[in-house]
Design a protein around this ligand. Structure first.
Ligand code: SF4
Length: 399
């Protein structure tokens, strides 16, 4: 009897929307070192905060469902124990808060520098605001959180000889899935619904007041990205975030028993309490017209008069912070198809770089060093990255 031989191993490359595709778009070379070279960043403040805020918001929702604690939540009584629980879980995985200036870790006693609670730092105040300003409106609309979604797409790489597979898998985790019925009592007096109304969401003629719809929600531990409504720059973080939400909606549609998905919302949580550095960039965006958010005369004056010094941090209005922290994204087939094409292109570029490197080309020859200034300034690889040393000659340049 002839024994059949074991068939060749067949692997389908798997790409995470945030961990791979958005990361590659931030800087190709940094992505290569961090993700494919398994070199974790040494000072991952944004990464740590992103993961921390997701954990805290999920846990806060679970507690609210169980206890229905009235808002506003008191930081020490209702929130600190959640922070400690999430911090403990992250520390067990080796993820420590990067700087005690921003967050007091579990079981640490901080200094009482502001005469306030000794443990409370900027991240805790930001979390308190996220829960009391948005959580209060979001939790009653929530259906589920941390929903894993996956789907297969045709491999875009045309080079059939070198391509690793005929398909690739794309995955992601949706932070929150919300349900909305146009005339339900919960929708009344809900700030998120008010923002949807402002965006003419309710005027869409295909909406039916008896049907329930789904909304995809994503939290981002960062400021609102720059957006110039005049130039509509294609390669921009603004667009990348929209493509992410649209791709989530395509993946979500593949699951069964679904309500129609009609909108996406991104919460840029740093806007609720920007750091000094964030506010300097926000000031630049406003002065250069690179923002889509309208600003009141009073807030504009406060921003214009601010000299960038932490001690004179302006007291901006809550509506300024709320307007800048919420972004509503319409979901329709045309936009979804476009987003999928964009991400196919990204996969194509990652695959091309991977093939080039596997055929002997150098890492720097295969992956483009294309981070922007803010990314480069915080990058662990800047000491030997040629792009950064070209811009900053004090750094060592390695050929
Ligand atoms: S220094 Fe800038 S260009 Fe170089 S790898 Fe880092 S992010 Fe990319």
């Amino acid at each position: 009897m002839k024994l059949s031989s074991k068939s060749k191993e067949y692997n389908i490359p798997e790409y995470s929307l945030t961990g791979d595709l958005l990361s590659f778009l931030t800087c190709n070379l940094q992505y290569r070192y961090q993700n494919k070279g398994s070199l974790p960043p040494s000072r991952p403040l944004q990464l740590w905060f992103g993961e921390f805020i997701h954990g805290v918001m999920e846990e806060a929702y679970t507690e609210w469902k169980l206890k229905k604690t009235q808002f506003p939540w008191d930081w020490l009584r209702d929130i600190r124990s959640i922070e400690e629980k999430i911090d403990q879980r992250m520390q067990a995985r080796g993820l420590y808060p990067p700087n005690p200036k921003y967050f007091t870790p579990y079981k640490t006693v901080g200094e009482n520098e502001h005469g306030e609670n000794p443990l409370k730092r900027i991240i805790s105040t930001r979390i308190e605001k996220s829960i009391n300003l948005w959580g209060k409106h979001l939790f009653p609309l929530m259906d589920s959180s941390e929903v894993l979604i996956k789907g297969l797409r045709k491999m875009p790489l045309k080079d059939k000889i070198n391509r690793r597979s005929d398909f690739y898998c794309v995955n992601g985790v949706i932070d929150v899935i919300s349900s909305l019925k146009i005339n339900s009592p919960i929708s009344k007096k809900n700030l998120i619904v008010e923002y949807l109304k402002k965006e003419n969401f309710y005027k869409r003629e295909y909406l039916n007041s008896d049907e329930e719809y789904e909304i995809i929600i994503d939290y981002k531990g960062m400021k609102r990205p720059q957006h110039d409504p005049k130039t509509l720059e294609h390669q921009s973080t603004w667009n990348y975030h929209e493509w992410q939400i649209l791709t989530y909606s395509w993946l979500r549609c593949k699951q069964t028993n679904l309500k129609p998905i009609i909108s996406g919302i991104i919460f840029y949580l740093n806007e609720l309490l920007p750091s000094n550095e964030d506010l300097l960039v926000i000031k630049g965006d406003i002065e250069n017209g690179k923002t889509d958010v309208k600003i009141s005369k009073e807030d504009r004056e406060l921003i214009n008069d601010w000299n960038g010094n932490e001690k004179n941090f302006p007291n901006l209005s809550d509506s300024f912070k709320l307007d800048r922290s919420i972004r509503i994204i319409e979901i329709n087939k045309k936009k979804v198809d476009k987003a999928l094409k964009e991400f196919d292109n990204v996969v194509n570029n990652i695959e091309k770089s991977t093939v080039n490197e596997s055929k002997g080309s150098s890492i720097k020859g295969s992956w483009k060093a294309d981070g922007d200034k803010r990314t480069c300034d915080a990058c662990d690889f800047r000491n030997f990255c040629n792009k950064h040393s070209d811009d900053h000659p004090q750094f060592l340049k390695i050929p």
